[in-house]
Unconditional design. Structure first.
Length: 166
């Protein structure tokens, strides 16, 4: 008689557990409807366009916040390295690994232009060399040399454009 009591208790516990688990499912139709609404909101097209950045229609204060001379100078100076990523709207330029002819080392560079001013404070350069299969930062002097080369080229581009407009 004592053996049937634990079996009944186990059976009752199993029924209660299954009932609770079945109740956790909730309303499947309601869950499907909510999921569909979330997907619709995520995929919703806005009335803004990429070209609004240039038209300044939707928000007149919104503009491209990168100095064009610094951007072009960065592309010119680093043209010997393959471009891995370039975003002129955020000012980020990332090169792939490439060889420098002077020493044969393998390098990559990341440039960040943070301000529309043609100023050294607007430009941040991080160079890396490959050592043992790892990226190792180059010394501060090499980064400064790259920054100086980019700034010099940017000033040349601005002076050349000013001369053409006269």
């Amino acid at each position: 008689m004592t053996r049937s009591r634990p079996n009944c208790l186990a059976a009752a516990l199993a029924v209660v557990t299954l009932g609770l688990l079945a109740g956790c499912n909730g309303d499947a139709d309601l869950q499907a409807e909510r999921a569909q609404e979330r997907r619709a909101v995520e995929n919703e097209m806005s009335d803004e366009s990429f070209f609004d950045l240039f038209r300044n229609q939707s928000q007149p204060d919104r503009q491209v916040a990168v100095n064009r001379y610094l951007w072009q100078a960065s592309l010119d100076i680093l043209s010997f390295l393959p471009i891995e990523g370039a975003d002129p709207f955020s000012g980020l330029l990332v090169t792939g690994w490439g060889r420098v002819a002077s020493d044969g080392g393998v390098y990559r560079v990341t440039v960040y232009i943070s301000d529309p001013a043609l100023d050294a404070a607007s430009l941040k350069v991080a160079g890396f060399r490959q050592a043992g299969g790892r990226a190792v930062p180059v010394d501060a002097a090499a980064n400064r040399a790259l920054e100086d080369a980019i700034l010099t080229r940017a000033r040349q581009l601005r002076i050349a454009e000013a001369g053409e407009q006269r």
